[in-house]
Design a protein around this ligand. Structure first.
Ligand SMILES: [Zn+2]
Length: 279
């Protein structure tokens, strides 16, 4: 087992590595292709995001009827649309200034309906290149024990599309479709959310920063135990900057060290039992 100082410098090294690899991932073919696909979906306003969440809390990808049709999917029979407000825009006539941009004015809002991907069927959507595959080096029960020690309940469920896990505060849901290494990396990501983003200051951090911190913790712990993850792609899709990653350094370092420490203790306590069984 390494001492605290060695672990700290190892973690710093992993973070530097993550910064460099995230930059590279931003220019990679698989990330760019996925971003091009995502651009087909509309970005909704705060109020509409709220409405989507209220009507369909598990929503991951929403679009109108026509957009789904264009993507080769159809809304399933009997599904109820999620109401959102769409602005009706008119362009004001340009006055005497020739260089003036035509001004857009919102004259009214009308209710339109959108549907979550779970309400549709048809051609499968391309998945985000964020899944870690392969064997988890026997670490899954170890991470499960860490969660258990922290009083966090874990459940496995088949999730939808590129959504692989959720932290609910005291409870974590993991996508049962994943390989063991995927389960390990997602569970570490959700554990980091539980440790870092469930306190009273939870609203002071942006979603981007939270995702960056959680994925950085997962990347560091996995790297420590020799599991290669898709964290650079994940951070590239969140458009995480070098600043955002290094800004998180202290919080990430502390949480990653805490989890590594717990995991190593669990592994060490299991080892003598294994040895005595072998002899
Ligand atoms: Zn997350």
């Amino acid at each position: 087992m390494m001492n605290a100082k060695e672990l700290t410098s190892e973690i710093e090294q992993h973070l530097k590595d993550l910064v460099a690899r995230t930059q590279a991932a931003k220019a990679s073919k698989e990330v760019l292709e996925y971003l091009r696909f995502m651009a087909k979906f509309h970005r909704y306003s705060f109020h509409n995001t709220l409405s989507i969440w209220l009507h369909c809390p598990h929503a991951t990808q929403v679009a109108g009827y026509a957009t789904w049709k264009r993507l080769g999917r159809f809304v399933k029979k009997g599904e109820r649309g999620i109401p959102i407000l769409a602005p009706c825009v008119v362009r004001k006539a340009v006055t005497n200034d020739e260089n003036a941009e035509p001004e857009e004015q919102v004259v009214c809002f009308k209710v339109v309906y959108v549907f979550d991907v779970s309400q549709t069927d048809g051609k499968p959507l391309p998945e985000a290149p964020i899944t870690t595959a392969g064997d988890g080096k026997g670490l899954l029960p170890v991470v499960e024990s860490v969660a258990c020690e922290m009083g966090i309940e874990i459940s496995y469920k088949p999730l939808q599309g590129s959504h692989h896990g959720t932290s609910f505060g005291g409870r974590i849901e993991i996508d049962e479709r994943l390989d063991e290494a995927g389960k390990v990396s997602v569970m570490l990501h959700e554990l980091a959310h539980e440790l870092l983003h469930r306190g009273p200051d939870r609203n002071e951090t942006s979603r981007e920063q939270k995702e960056t911190e959680a994925e950085a913790v997962s990347f560091i712990v996995c790297s420590h135990f020799g599991i290669e993850t898709a964290a650079p792609n994940y951070l590239a899709l969140w458009d995480a900057t070098e600043e955002a990653i290094t800004q998180a350094l202290q919080r990430v370092q502390k949480t990653a060290a805490q989890i590594i420490d717990k995991m190593e203790k669990i592994i060490a306590s299991a080892a003598p039992a294994r040895e005595s069984m072998a002899s």
